[in-house]
Design a protein around this ligand. Structure first.
Ligand SMILES: NC(=O)c1ccc[n+]([C@@H]2O[C@H](COP(=O)([O-])OP(=O)(O)OC[C@H]3O[C@@H](n4cnc5c(N)ncnc54)[C@H](OP(=O)(O)O)[C@@H]3O)[C@@H](O)[C@H]2O)c1
Length: 297
């Protein structure tokens, strides 16, 4: 496994395990402890979650696992997120954001309690909040660092302008932007986000690296086109198609940290295997243009 310093003091595994779908896995606590141990054996030591995942149920289940096997805590780097909430209304539920000082502090404390983890290695503001007071939210994250409740802070799904604005309020302390990149999603190449991160030497964490599984089955043209090209390149390198997608993500000089969302260790192994695949430079562009969404200017 390769490790990367998102910040001088904090090492994260290049391949991260995500737990967004955990509540659907029907894992017992024993199963989850076993799964976490196998991830660690593979060198995948960074685990990603969020308070909003299954209404905090994912954090709760992870916390039960860490309570049962407390020795795992110091072997992993825990990432969680705050900022997305929902409220019951007359017509069902309404989603909204809350990144106020008190809410961020309280959410962080609640996450740490649910996770039985003592502190978080990295805490992210989950989404851009149109009603955010930059300096107030920044003060909350800085205070959490001071209190020793989080080691580092970052954001998720921010566009370049908003990232830059918030990082200014944070005195340049944001260490990542967790964003979606995969062979069917190029938003952050087109927005200039990748360029801004490259300029600041910040490494993005990447969610849904396999398009949330859609790349394997969706009949939409962008997926079928990408799938055909990926299969051809996978054949060339004698590896599975998912390994080629991870290799494509890992190849980029901005040094992304892909977050695998599968609950199957053999699929996580396919992600780890990508660290040994050497793509030809032109093959990166084959995949970049494969879905038909991106053209080279
Ligand atoms: N910051 C954000 O806003 C945000 C948003 C979404 C996700 N995330 C994070 O990113 C992590 C990863 O996201 P993701 O779960 O969408 O990642 P993903 O790895 O792109 O998708 C995982 C899904 O793909 C399926 N899959 C994997 N390989 C497959 C194959 N060969 N054939 C068919 N299906 C396959 C998995 O099923 P199996 O389990 O059956 O293998 C699983 O349902 C999440 O856990 C979460 O931590 C963050």
């Amino acid at each position: 496994m390769e490790y990367i310093n998102l910040y001088p003091a904090t090492k994260f595994s290049r391949i991260v395990q995500g737990f967004w779908r955990l509540a659907d896995w029907n894992f017992t606590t024993d199963d989850l402890v076993e799964f976490m141990k196998k991830c660690i054996e593979l060198g995948v030591t960074t685990f990603d979650t969020a308070e909003i995942y299954a209404d905090a149920e994912c954090e709760r289940q992870m916390g039960l696992a860490l309570k049962q096997a407390p020795e795992l805590r110091e072997k992993i780097q825990l990432v969680s997120k705050t900022g997305i909430f929902k409220i019951k209304t007359k017509n069902g539920f309404m989603g909204y954001y809350n990144t106020t000082y008190d809410r961020v502090i309280q959410s962080c404390k609640e996450s740490i309690e649910r996770l039985n983890c003592g502190y978080l290695n990295l805490y992210l503001i989950h989404r851009e909040d149109p009603c955010m007071d930059h300096y107030e939210t920044a003060r909350a994250l800085k205070d959490l660092k001071e209190m020793g409740l989080i080691r580092e802070a970052g954001v998720s799904n921010f566009d370049p302008f908003k990232f830059d604005a918030f990082n200014h309020a944070m005195d340049g302390q944001l260490i990542t932007n967790q964003i979606e990149i995969n062979p069917g999603c190029f938003e952050h190449f087109n927005s200039g986000m990748i360029d801004l991160l490259g300029k600041n030497k910040i490494h993005p964490m990447v969610w849904s690296p396999l398009c949330g599984g859609e790349i394997f089955k969706d009949k939409e043209e962008k997926y079928t086109k990408a799938r055909t090209k990926l299969a051809e390149i996978a054949e060339r390198h004698q590896v599975d198609l998912d390994t080629i997608i991870y290799a494509w993500l890992l190849y980029h000089p901005v040094k992304v940290l892909p977050i695998s969302g599968s609950n199957k260790i053999y699929r996580l192994k396919n992600a780890v295997k990508a660290l040994d695949v050497r793509l030809e430079h032109y093959e990166w562009y084959e995949i970049y243009t494969a879905s038909g969404q991106q053209t080279l200017r």
